[in-house]
Design a protein around this ligand. Sequence first.
Ligand SMILES: [Zn+2]
Length: 108
Amino acid sequence: MPTIPKRGTPKPWIVKRKPTFKGNEGPDADFYNSRTWRTLRKYVLSGEPLCRSCGVPAQVVDHIRPISQGGAKLDIENLQPLCSRCHNKKSSKEGREKMRESHDEENE
Ligand SMILES: [Zn+2]
C-alpha cells in the first residue's frame, strides 16, 4: 500500500502567486502579503470604497507615490483606492516612466 501523503506538505514546486503587480516589487511581494498591509488596505477601502479616479467600486489600494520611487508603504496619505482598470493604467504608465529613466532613447 502506498502511503497517503501528509496534509500540508510544503510544495516547493508551486510558485507562490504574486499579487497583480508586475516588475520591480521582488522584495515587496512579502509586504503585499503581510497582515499589516491587508489591514491597512481594508481600512482604506472601507473609508473610500470607490475608485478615486473614475468612481466605480475600487478593488485595489494603490501607492500614490510608488514604493519603488521612495513612497511611504504604510502612510495612509500615500494610499488611494483604485479600480483594477485605473490601477493597471497607472502601473503601466509608471513602468514606462521608469523605463524612460533608464532607456532614454528607447522609442515606444
Ligand atoms: Zn477607476
